[in-house]
Design a protein around this ligand. Sequence first.
Ligand SMILES: [Zn+2]
Length: 370
Amino acid sequence: MTTPSRTVPGFINAHTHIYSALAPYGMPPAAPPPENFVQILERVWWRLDRALDERSLRASARLYAAESLLYGTTTLIDHQESPAFIEGSLDVLADACQEFGIRAVLCYGATDRNGGREEGRRGLAECRRFLRANHRPLVRGVVGLHASFTCSDETLHEAGEVARELDTVVHVHMAEDRADVEDARKRGYEGPLERLLATEALPPGSIMAHGVHLEPSQVRMAESQGLWLVQNPRSNEGNRVGYASSLWVSGRVALGTDGWEADMPREFAALERLSAGSVHEEVDAAARRLVTGRVLAAERFAGAPGEPGLEGDQVVYAAGEGDQPAQVSRVTVAGQVVVDQGRLVRGDIEELRAQAREEAQKLWPRMAAL
Ligand SMILES: [Zn+2]
């Protein structure tokens, strides 16, 4: 039996972390093993991000951009953190995305967690600098915040101010774990969504990753404010934070991989598996999340003169034999062929993997020393 060749719109990865692309190249396990979400952050990701420098970030970005295209993903909505290399970090990501021809929406996730308000200010300044300077046709900037629980009210408010000043939106983690909700309550707010709204940190169109611990009424409120939510089912399962069961009440929910490889059909398969036991409204809504992601991407790429739009972003699957999974054969972004006959057009994937391996070997000792 042969399956015919077919063409589908390019996939959107609506929340990811390009900076973690070296992790599959031998990142040592956390010791002692983390027992909860905050320990996972403290012992793994908040050590990795502090160990990143320009070279390791460039190797991550070039590998992740290239591999994403090979999976048929044509837009990445990224959330960057590298506290030892803040200024200029977004240019490293943007250059890699433009080099291989993938669309990207970039931000630096400002936080006060290592260096207080000054660190938060530097993160927001990097967003502002990048938003003003970037003219790469495939790349857009937004303003980033790590999450409510690692930011002061002042940093949250300033993020909203910068976004309004530059006519853009904010990208932030929202109620990923119960710890985020508890932190907001301790500060006197109903929850992190209410805190971000009270500090005017969320202009309409802003992007909130996760929403695992939001109530349906809160998800409805987010939709009424024009806000996006992004579900990341494999990450939520891996971090044991729960299933985001309230998201179906909003029509503005997309799908992301939260740092996992940008294989959207695979992420979608995980979503189907994990949503299977949910109410039928959730199962129906989950089925639309890849499509909805295209609406989110179109919002961020709208309005620029000469912008070719998203209709030029396509994936052709080769005709297949028997039970073989469909193979990505050709990918076009903004009308340009960037993957042809299953191969990257503007680079050699094996060379990029070799560079990633080399940088990873230097990264793990730095991470261990922190
Ligand atoms: Zn994330």
